[in-house]
Design a protein. Structure first.
Lengths: 113, 115
C-alpha cells in the first residue's frame, strides 16, 4: 500500500521568507508525485507534478519540488512567499494501478503580511 | 475557476432523506473520482470510474451509491446517511482512463451536513 507523510501540520512565516514543506512517501514501485494547494474556500489546484526525468520540478506561482528517490522524498520549496500563498498544501502519491491518489495529511501555511 | 462543476454547493439533509450529488466535466476526461474530505483532513478516495465503469470502490458503505451515466457526468446517490457522513465531497477527473497516471482536476465540492 502507498502512504504519504507530511512533517509539518502548521507553518507560520512572514512575507519574503523562504518556504520548504517536507513530504515522504512509502511505496515499493514507480511513483508519480504531486503537490496540490487548497486556498481558503477554493478547490484543490495542482501546483506541480513529477512523473519522470529531471528530479527538480518547477510548478506554478514560483513553486518547485525536488524528488530524491533514495530518501523517498518530494519536498516543496518557494524562495520568497507572499501573503497570497496562505493556503493548505497537500502532497500526493500515485503508484498503484487505477490512478489511485493518496494524500498526505496536509500542511496549513499562514503568511503574515 | 475549476473545469469540474459540482452541484449543489451545499446540502443539508435528514438521515431518512434520499438526495444526489452531481459532477460534470467537459474536458473529455475518461476517469472520474469521488473523494470525501472531513474538516482539517486530506481527501480520501471513495470511488473511481474509468470509461464509465466502476473500477475502484474503497469499501464505501452501501448508503453511498455512485453512478456514471456518461463520460461527462458522475453522480453520488445518498440514502440513510449518518451524522458522521457530514463532510465535503469532492469530484475529480483525469485524462484517459485510470491506466494513465494523469493529474486529477478537482471540483469545488459539495458541503454536506446530515441532521
Amino acid at each position: 500500500a502507498q502512504s504519504v507523510s507530511q512533517h509539518n501540520h502548521h507553518v507560520i512565516l512572514s512575507e519574503a521568507a523562504s518556504l520548504e514543506l517536507g513530504c515522504n512517501y512509502s511505496y515499493g514501485g514507480t511513483v508519480n508525485l504531486f503537490w496540490y494547494v487548497q486556498y481558503p474556500g477554493q478547490h484543490l489546484q495542482l501546483l506541480l507534478k513529477y512523473f519522470s526525468g529531471d528530479p527538480l520540478v518547477k510548478g506554478i506561482k514560483g513553486f518547485e519540488a525536488e524528488f530524491i528517490k533514495s530518501k523517498f522524498s518530494f519536498n516543496l520549496r518557494k524562495p520568497s512567499v507572499q501573503w497570497s500563498d496562505t493556503a493548505e498544501y497537500f502532497c500526493a502519491v500515485n503508484g498503484a494501478a487505477g490512478n489511485k491518489l493518496t494524500f498526505g495529511g496536509g500542511t496549513r501555511v499562514l503568511v503574515k503580511p | 475557476d475549476t473545469e469540474v462543476t459540482q452541484t449543489p454547493k451545499h446540502l443539508v439533509m435528514g438521515m431518512t432523506n434520499k438526495k444526489s450529488l452531481k459532477c460534470e466535466q467537459h474536458m473529455g476526461h475518461r476517469a472520474m473520482y469521488w473523494y470525501k474530505q472531513k474538516a482539517k483532513k486530506p481527501p480520501e478516495l471513495m470511488f473511481v470510474y474509468s470509461y464509465e465503469k466502476l473500477s475502484i470502490n474503497e469499501s464505501v458503505p452501501s448508503r453511498f451509491s455512485p453512478e456514471c451515466p456518461n463520460s461527462s457526468l458522475l453522480n453520488l446517490h445518498l440514502h440513510a446517511l449518518q451524522p458522521e457522513d457530514s463532510a465535503l465531497y469532492l469530484c475529480a477527473s483525469s485524462q484517459g482512463g485510470t491506466g494513465k497516471f494523469q493529474p486529477q482536476h478537482f471540483g469545488d465540492g459539495t458541503r454536506l451536513s446530515i441532521l
